[in-house]
Design a protein around this ligand. Structure first.
Ligand SMILES: [Mg+2]
Length: 363
């Protein structure tokens, strides 16, 4: 990979082309050549605007969106983050982009360009490659960023790693570290749906014609990054922000660690996904109990379930009223920053988390 001048962003579709002709990987090269993988990927990701060069050279050349850049990456690995038994390549491609967009949104910024590295597993199929490309292309279009280059290789498992740059908002990046005692703690949208969607997928519910079930599965497979909300919140001067990828309590824990603060959350104020509540009420007997590590109660799922990609933030109490009209997804005020411990109601975070589950835990 060659690094261009300081205004250039490295990306290396060119090295992929070199690899395709590299006889150290004869089997994969033959398969890749036969499938025309590069064409399948690159034809979807253009054209580059005037003055930029995307795929097709040693590195992509893009304009810097700002003097100070936001730069994020996220890795999805088969068997850890997804299972091709219950999701498609397009779902994986979409989520790989969405997770990065969400991270930039959580800084109050907006994405401009991304590169992707794909491990195709041991037996890449045209459907998988087409799906990955389609999912990444549609998510990139959705959030108006350029997918400017990438690399492919054979691998033990399928993996997708996206690196993304973007620009902070006019007020600069919003950090996790700015929460102060007395600030209101708020979250956009609703929580727990993505975790419930995962549970439903594992139970074989994909393709269900029940609307609530379908929406929950979609929250897991096609998450919506809160990009416009992040821009609006950054512009409104929130004191700290993070996206909910690991779960509300885990991510609030990260924010409070960075801010050296505690919190009191009100259990009844947590915005539990209404579809999660509906599905739970319909089939209570099918739900796993806390003993096997899964969240039995909707509130526990909302507190500990990951991948909702909502935005969690703090703001001075007196400025809360300004936010409502700015945030399309809606905002729930769920608690207050304190100098003390971390509680939901009278129970410490740890007690709730013991009932939840960790998406990195082996399955
Ligand atoms: Mg994040």
């Amino acid at each position: 990979m060659r690094w261009e001048c300081s205004r250039g962003i490295p990306a290396s579709v060119g090295s992929t082309l070199a690899r395709l002709n590299d006889d150290r990987q004869p089997k994969l090269s033959a398969e890749l050549g036969e499938l025309g993988l590069i064409e399948r990927l690159t034809t979807r990701f253009g054209p580059a605007p005037a003055g930029e060069t995307w795929a097709g050279d040693d590195a992509a050349v893009v304009r810097c969106p700002a003097e100070t850049l936001l730069f994020a990456t996220d890795l999805l690995v088969e068997g850890v983050d997804f299972d091709l038994g219950w999701c498609s390549g397009a779902d994986v491609g979409w989520k790989a982009i969405a997770a990065n967009v969400s991270d930039l949104a959580a800084m109050g910024g907006r994405p401009s360009a991304a590169v992707v590295a794909v491990g195709l597993g041991t037996g890449p199929s045209p459907a998988l490659v087409d799906g990955l490309a389609e999912g990444m292309a549609s998510a990139s279009k959705r959030w108006h960023l350029g997918l400017v280059g990438g690399d492919l290789s054979g691998s033990g498992e399928v993996s997708v790693s996206v690196a993304m740059i973007g620009a902070p908002g006019p007020g600069g990046p919003v950090y996790r570290s700015g929460a102060r005692p007395g600030d209101a703690i708020c979250v956009t949208g609703a929580l727990g749906g993505a975790t419930e969607g995962l549970r439903l997928l594992r139970a074989g519910a994909r393709g269900s014609d029940d609307p609530a079930t379908a929406r929950l599965i979609r929250r897991q497979l096609r998450p919506a990054a809160r990009l416009d909300e992040g821009t609006a919140l950054g512009g409104a001067g929130v004191s700290s922000m993070i996206d909910v990828s690991d779960g509300l309590l885990a991510d609030l824990g990260h924010l409070l660690d960075a801010s050296a603060a505690g919190c009191d959350l009100l259990p009844t104020a947590i915005p539990v996904d209404p579809d999660l509540v509906a599905v739970t009420e319909r089939w209570p007997e099918s739900r796993p109990g806390p003993a096997n590590g899964a969240g039995a109660e909707p509130l526990t799922s909302a507190l500990t379930g990951g991948e909702d990609f909502e935005l969690l933030f703090t703001i001075e109490e007196g400025r809360l009223a300004e936010l409502g009209p700015l945030v399309e997804a809606g905002v729930s005020r769920i608690g207050t920053v304190t100098r003390g411990g971390r509680f939901v109601g009278r129970r410490a975070f740890e007690e709730w988390e013991q009932q939840g589950w960790d998406h990195l835990r082996p399955r």
